[in-house]
Write a protein that binds this ligand. Structure first.
Ligand code: NPW
Ligand code: K
Length: 507
């Protein structure tokens, strides 16, 4: 499947891609000065949307982020605010549009003094945006730390200073914004952790760059939303029988960890698969069969019997891992699953079992495989040394590298779950609540992916839809959410999504 619509509102642009969008807009006749004017005006408008903004301090840096700050300062002054601009250095040394905008501002300007923060209602951080390289130093660091301590509302222009727009990695000193106003499209740093926690509310302001410039830039990162994969949502045909709605085989857990695989199986069914079978080792069969109604339970005694269950042509998707027990036996069973050349979901123990032997796993992949590791499992399979995922590259880059290396879709779970395909296409989930960090939640997610794959959804779309549905199911509940609540909520989420798709709520 190709990556998602490049023009979508959910596209995330790296700092270099944003600069390319800027250049493309200019080559189409837009002036850089107009873009900066629109950016600064947007910042001022959003600041003035708050009540009680009278005294404003604008911290301007040496580049175009500072340029936006000079424009905002002008508009806020025109609106009657008492505005003070801090600029360290010589205005005449500024370049390009930033120089022009600084010259157009005729209010109060001075070097930094901490007392300037006394009694202000609003501090605007226009120190550094997309052009920041490395940590803040000297006065900039001091200004940010002081601003973070003051009681004023804090607004960041484009990206809070000290934060990488590309990775979401934060330097030691980072502006702690209540509101971040960015332009045209968000950047990965706005949605990845910890970046997201420094941005406050993020508003994307339209500065007139036409969306068509994205056709050439071809962004490969997106914020998760039904808008991305709605066209792949499986529709149920009235005349279909249950097997045509998809059939999943879940490898049952081993005593005493029996519940996890049951949750995976139930979730696959609740996500819409027509038939789900739990392949249970015989010693756990009675318990599993007694605990499950709609999920069928099939016993097996050895790999050959399990292989026959997996090979059954009616079973189109296999899910392996939850509660399955780390070790050589599970490694063999994972190979057995991969040898069927059917779509496979690998989670939990199926991943941990390959710690230190990951290449053997990757070499056996011949079909669509979705791996759903949490951070610990990811590290066990992919390590941190060998795959070049220098942590400073951030979660987006390391997950992409892992997907490429494995030849599989990676769902790298966490507060900022990153879903990446081997071709570099990546999606970041931003709306999953912290209540999802609960026992069994991952088992449910694996089942959601399997259930959607069984209904014919392309693997990347299925992974994104599963992650979104899982988060939406959690939002339906709240504190005290248990994994079973997620399973129970899935049909309602699907219904709401179908209604949303029909009524274009998600457009
Ligand atoms: N693209 C667009 O479409 C639009 C972009 N717009 C705006 O432009 C912004 C990007 O502007 P930008 O490229 O000038 O970068 P910016 O963040 O101002 O910083 C560069 C300056 O910082 C300096 N510097 C860097 N790191 C440093 C450090 N650690 N410590 C100290 N200094 C450091 C660096 O110095 P140098 O490396 O050159 O020596 C240079 O002087 C973007 O965020 C948005 O707000 C809007 O106007 C709308 C249209
Ligand atoms: K900034």
């Amino acid at each position: 499947m190709a990556c998602f619509n490049p023009r979508s509102d959910e596209a995330l642009l790296s700092c270099a891609q944003m600069a390319a969008a800027d250049r493309a807009a200019m080559s189409m006749g837009h002036f850089g000065e107009d873009l900066m004017e629109a950016a600064g005006m947007g910042v001022a408008q959003l600041a003035l949307a708050r009540t009680g903004i009278r005294r404003v301090l604008v911290l301007c840096g040496p580049g175009n982020n500072g340029g936006d700050g000079w424009v905002a300062a002008r508009y806020l002054r025109e609106a009657g605010c008492d505005v003070h601009v801090v600029f360290e250095g010589d205005v005449s040394a500024l370049k390009g549009d930033a120089f022009t905008m600084a010259r157009r501002y005729d209010g109060m300007t001075s070097a930094y003094d901490p007392s300037l923060l006394d009694d202000v209602d609003l501090v605007i951080d226009a120190l550094f945006g997309a052009g920041l390289r490395g940590p803040l130093r000297g006065r900039a660091q001091q200004m940010v730390m002081d601003a973070n301590r003051c009681n004023a509302f804090r607004l960041a222009v484009d990206v809070p200073s000290g934060l990488s727009g590309d990775t979401g990695q934060a330097e030691e000193a980072v502006f702690q914004a209540d509101l971040t106003v960015t332009f045209f499209r968000k950047k990965p740093g706005h949605v990845l952790v910890p970046g997201r926690y420094h941005c406050g509310r993020v508003v994307v302001h339209d500065i007139g760059i036409p969306a068509c410039v994205l056709d050439h830039i071809a962004p490969l990162a997106f914020e998760n939303s039904p808008n991305l994969w709605r066209s792949h949502w499986p529709r149920k045909v009235p005349s279909n029988h249950k097997y045509q709605h998809g059939s999943v085989l879940v490898l049952g857990g081993r005593p005493p960890a029996l519940g996890a695989s049951r949750m995976t199986a139930r979730a696959a069914l609740r996500m819409g698969a027509g038939v789900v079978t739990l392949a249970s080792p015989s010693d756990g069969y009675a318990i599993q069969a007694g605990a499950l109604d709609e999920v069928m339970v099939a016993p097996y005694d050895n790999d050959s019997e399990l292989g026959a269950l997996m090979a059954d042509r009616r079973r189109t998707v296999l899910a392996v891992g939850p509660g399955a027990g780390v070790g050589e036996a599970l490694r063999r069973q994972v190979h057995l699953a991969l040898a069927q050349k059917k779509p496979v979901v690998l989670d939990a123990d199926a991943l941990t079992s390959f710690e230190g032997q990951a290449d053997a796993l990757f070499a056996a992949i011949q079909s669509d495989v979705v791996m759903t590791p949490h951070g610990g499992e990811f590290q066990r399979v992919f390590g941190t040394q060998e795959t070049a995922p220098d942590q400073t590259d951030g979660k987006l880059a390391i997950t992409r590298a892992a997907a490429y290396r494995a030849g599989a879709i990676l769902v790298h779970k966490g507060p900022d779950t990153v879903i990446a395909a081997p071709d570099g296409c990546a999606v970041i989930e931003t709306a999953a609540p912290p209540d999802l960090a609960t026992a069994g939640s991952g088992d449910v997610l694996a089942g959601c992916v399997a259930g959607l794959l069984a209904q014919g959804m392309p693997a990347m779309a299925a992974a994104c839809c599963a992650v979104w549905s899982h988060g939406a199911a959690a939002r339906n509940s709240g504190r005290g959410l248990v994994a079973g609540d997620l399973i129970a909520a899935l049909p309602v989420i699907s219904k709401e999504m179908e209604l949303g798709l029909k009524s274009s709520v998600f457009r």
